[in-house]
Write a protein that binds this ligand. Structure first.
Ligand SMILES: [Zn+2]
Length: 258
């Protein structure tokens, strides 16, 4: 048994208890099962949020909980839409409930510093709600020292990296679904899960400034990607990983004092 790991589920319970007793933060990666075009797997957001959390944990002494594998419903303007086969999503109330339950479980263990490391655009507000409900409930039980952070890793990619990665203009993180960011990180971290011969080299999607329900499938590009991942490289993935993880490390150190 190795105790030389940041991943909670790989520890024995006794070592885990010692780590928690020492006051470590616990990071919860949050992904989705969502189509990511013809060139990347359905679990891209799970893999990338877990890798990002692992990089942050390595630098802060934090532990990484097992990821939340499913996410909130994919939206046409940020993930291609929930009508696409393969994309398998949770109702909002379920995401809120899972997030709340996990915070309460970690609190029961004695954890007082929790951070969700989000890898799927649509999850954010429901993780926020789950954290808020957990904190409210804990307060009623007299526990007032638990703190939850909520981070989406792309928010920590600096303007300098954006300028280098998108010389022809940055499409915006919402249109990055299946694009340069995710493709580059996957080429760095899970190259055997990417098939660049199948990438759809398309211009950024032209989407309306509103949502419509039920989804109109013709709004989503046929590839399911909202911009092209063709310019993705492992070198760009390295810039993204290093930049985003450094930003998250600074934020976590600042808030949690670790
Ligand atoms: Zn994604």
């Amino acid at each position: 048994m190795s105790v030389d790991t940041v991943y909670m589920e790989e520890l024995d319970a006794f070592t885990y208890r010692e780590r928690v007793a020492s006051g470590v933060p616990v990071l919860i990666p949050v992904g989705s099962i969502e189509q990511h075009g013809p060139h990347m797997p359905l679990n891209t957001d799970v893999l990338l949020s877990r890798e990002m959390a692992g990089a942050v944990a390595g630098a802060t002494g934090a532990l990484v909980a097992p990821p939340i594998v499913f996410g909130y419903k994919s939206q046409q303007r940020s993930g291609g839409g929930n009508h696409l086969t393969g994309t398998t999503s949770l109702d909002a109330a379920t995401v809120v409930s899972i997030a709340k339950t996990l915070v309460l479980e970690l609190a029961r263990h004695g954890v007082r510093k929790v951070a969700f490391v989000n890898g799927h655009y649509e999850n954010y507000q429901f993780l926020y709600e789950g954290a808020d409900l957990a904190i409210r409930e804990l307060r009623l039980d007299g526990i007032t020292d638990l703190k939850v952070m909520l981070l989406s890793y792309w928010d920590f990619v600096g303007d300098d990296v954006i300028a280098e990665l998108y010389p022809d203009g940055f499409p915006g993180w919402d249109l990055e679904h299946g694009g340069v960011l995710e493709t580059s990180l996957m080429l760095l971290l899970h190259p055997h899960r990417v098939d660049m011969t199948r990438v759809a080299d398309i211009p950024p999607a032209q989407l309306p400034d509103y949502d419509v329900l039920p989804a109109r499938p013709e709004i989503t590009p046929a590839s399911g990607c909202l911009s092209s991942g063709a310019a993705g490289t492992a070198e760009k993935g390295r810039l993204l990983l290093d930049g985003a993880s450094a930003g998250m490390v600074a934020a976590i150190r600042g808030e949690f004092g670790v």
